[in-house]
Design a protein around this ligand. Structure first.
Ligand SMILES: Cc1cc2nc3c(=O)[nH]c(=O)nc-3n(C[C@H](O)[C@H](O)[C@H](O)COP(=O)(O)O)c2cc1C
Length: 338
């Protein structure tokens, strides 16, 4: 019999029962995610809610994910476990408080201005992975300051110029102390998410029409957050799109750059190039981002570690980045002329 009666006698702490008396007021208002979702539906502009809440096609993928999660049955061990089991886990050589984290999201600041920062800080506090997206709203360097122990970085495929932009982002990430790279392998083309299309976000530009402006006016909390935090931006790509590029120019730049599907070979090539370039002892890892469970070859790539520059490496200075971006743009223009 599995007898764990000798395990230490932990009592449930107030944070673990924080939806009850003694818990935080926020937890009492929103004891589960479902309450937060309902609140958001009525307190943020409709286009922001639909952007975040909608899935591809008819939302069948979301429904399937929910059923798969609901089908997980937790088997209780009555009478043998006087203490709570730990949820701690080691992922890619580092310990985290739980085997879940914050998935990469382009434009969370559209849902709530400043959201990128809040999520990075929350993940650092909770000691769970925070995956900054290529098109997230924080620069890698800022994210590393906010979430130094838990920061992962997600890469879309940006194959132009022999992946120059992607490698530059990877170098910045390594210099800033990012521990894991996550390559998104399942978005060869932009999927249609009809709920964001019908609310006016499908045009490839952010230009609010009258309906969207009215929506914003009906969400005063969101508007004042916007006034405090400024417009959502693709912070990591902005410097490559040009020093004076506006939001829509950066969006256009991102659309031109990102596309196609990574192959496993490209994943290995990326890790190999990093290994060849950096000879430090601390290891970086290449993860995968896919809406499906990885197959065997994916598991192989998961374990593929890339070397890192020295421990004390500092973020590269902006001017050298700009010079590289200029070279990158020149290359792109030359190709376009050809
Ligand atoms: C609004 C939104 C934006 C997203 N942006 C990105 C992104 O920039 N990069 C990425 O790799 N995945 C992105 N994803 C996918 C998520 O990281 C995640 O894999 C997906 O939503 C499935 O997880 P879920 O079932 O918990 O939503 C996005 C998802 C949503 C809903």
């Amino acid at each position: 019999m599995d007898d764990r009666t000798s395990a230490s006698n932990l009592t449930v702490s107030s944070s673990e029962q924080s939806a009850y008396r003694g818990g935080s007021p926020l937890r009492q208002r929103f004891p589960t995610i479902a309450y937060l979702r309902e609140h958001a539906r009525h307190h943020i502009p409709r286009f922001a809610f639909e952007y975040c809440d909608g899935g591809a096609g008819s939302d069948k993928g979301i429904a399937r994910n929910w059923s798969a999660l609901d089908a997980v049955e937790l088997v209780p061990r009555y009478g043998v476990m006087p203490s709570l089991p730990t949820c701690e886990v080691e992922l890619f050589g580092r310990r985290y408080a739980a085997p879940i984290g914050i998935a990469p999201m382009g434009g969370p600041a559209l849902v709530w201005p400043g959201a990128d920062r809040f999520m990075a800080q929350a993940a650092q506090k909770a000691r769970v992975p925070y995956v900054l997206g290529t098109v997230g709203g924080l620069t890698i360097e800022d994210a590393a300051r906010l979430a130094p122990d838990v920061l992962w970085f997600q890469l879309y495929r940006m194959a132009r110029n022999d992946h120059a932009l992607a490698f530059d982002l990877m170098q910045r990430a390594e210099a800033a102390g990012v521990h894991v790279f996550v390559m998104t392998v399942d978005v060869p083309v932009r999927t249609t998410r009809p709920r964001e299309v019908v609310v006016g976000l499908g045009g490839g530009r952010f230009s609010p029409d009258l309906r969207m402006i009215l929506d914003m006016l009906r969400s005063p909390g969101w508007l004042s957050a916007l006034a405090r935090e400024g417009h959502p931006r693709f912070a990591n790509l902005k410097s490559y799109a040009g020093a004076n590029a506006g939001t829509n120019e950066v969006i256009a730049f991102a659309r031109d750059e990102i596309g196609g599907a990574f192959t496993w070979d490209q994943g290995h090539h990326a890790s190999g190039r990093c290994r060849a370039r950096h000879r430090a002892r601390r290891r970086r890892h290449l993860g995968l981002q896919s809406r499906r469970p990885p197959d065997r070859s994916a598991a192989g790539l998961d374990r593929c570690a890339a070397g890192n520059r020295s421990r004390g490496a500092r973020p590269r200075n902006h001017s050298s980045r700009q010079r590289r971006a200029q070279r990158h743009r020149r290359g792109a223009r030359a190709r376009a002329r050809r």
